[in-house]
Design a protein around this ligand. Structure first.
Ligand code: PGA
Length: 244
């Protein structure tokens, strides 16, 4: 386990550019990279930057395989709140990624079987080359809510009140946020060969500090990133990292 590389940048524009450099380097080294892609606000600028580089023929991504990180349960197909829909609009379509290269989490049928099959398929493909992650206000990764240990698999979860409150800003109101979800497991994320954690804004400062300098344990799932055998790059803006 190497020490995490912590890159402190001025603002969200620089965060997006620096993160795009890291992601582009992984894809250049591994054109068939298996990648987990977070939704949420923080990586939006990164995906826009990658799409701009693709339009300028600076990168190409036809060979990557995308694994869905998390999804709400109980939604009708094409519900505006679908995180798959969010990933499609922000990442898959702008980067021209074909449907057959996308591995979705199960949202119906026997979910336990579906989650186990998702993990088996990911493992059969050699696991993740790259996980692009945001940081939840409670230290979650994907929807691995506290407490989540490092060996937890892909599974169904109840969302915590903190997550429901935080996600209300995407959908209007806490009442609009589904209560259950499916998340890629900590085990699958932590074994990624490269992990990029993004955090921006003052509201992430305290949880980022706990994740990077607090005790490592299930109450702050992101703290386990410090034990990942892979390469961890943390890219944060000054508002999230300022020690003042
Ligand atoms: P955000 O979400 O990027 O919208 O802050 C992060 C998360 O909840 O994981």
């Amino acid at each position: 386990m190497a020490a995490p590389r912590i890159l402190v940048v001025d603002d969200t524009d620089e965060l997006s550019r620096v993160a795009a450099d890291v992601v582009a380097a992984v894809i250049e080294a591994t054109p068939a990279a298996a990648i987990a892609v977070a939704t949420g606000r923080t990586p939006i600028g990164l995906y826009a930057e990658l799409a701009a580089r693709r339009r300028s023929n600076l990168i190409d991504v036809p060979g990557i395989a995308v694994y869905q990180l998390d999804e709400y349960l109980g939604l009708e197909p094409f519900d505006r709140r679908s995180l798959f829909g969010w990933m499609q609009q922000s990442f898959l379509e702008p980067l021209g990624i074909e449907d057959e290269r996308v591995n979705r989490l199960p949202v119906d049928g026997d979910l336990d079987d579906g989650c186990a099959a998702f993990d088996r398929e990911l493992e059969a493909g050699g696991g993740l080359d790259l996980a692009i992650l945001g940081l939840g206000p409670n230290g979650h990764l994907g929807f691995n809510e506290p407490p989540s240990g490092p060996d937890t698999p892909t599974r169904v979860v109840d969302l915590s009140p903190v997550t429901i409150e935080a996600n209300a800003r995407y959908w209007g109101d806490a009442a609009d946020v589904p209560r259950t979800a499916v998340t890629m497991g900590m085990a699958q994320l932590l074994s990624a060969r490269s992990i990029v954690l993004l955090a921006s804004g003052e509201e992430k400062r305290s949880i980022l500090h706990r994740a990077l300098e607090g005790s490592i344990g299930p109450e702050v799932p992101a703290s386990y990133l410090r034990e990942t055998p892979g390469e961890l790059t943390v890219i944060v803006d000054r508002a999230a990292r300022s020690q003042g």
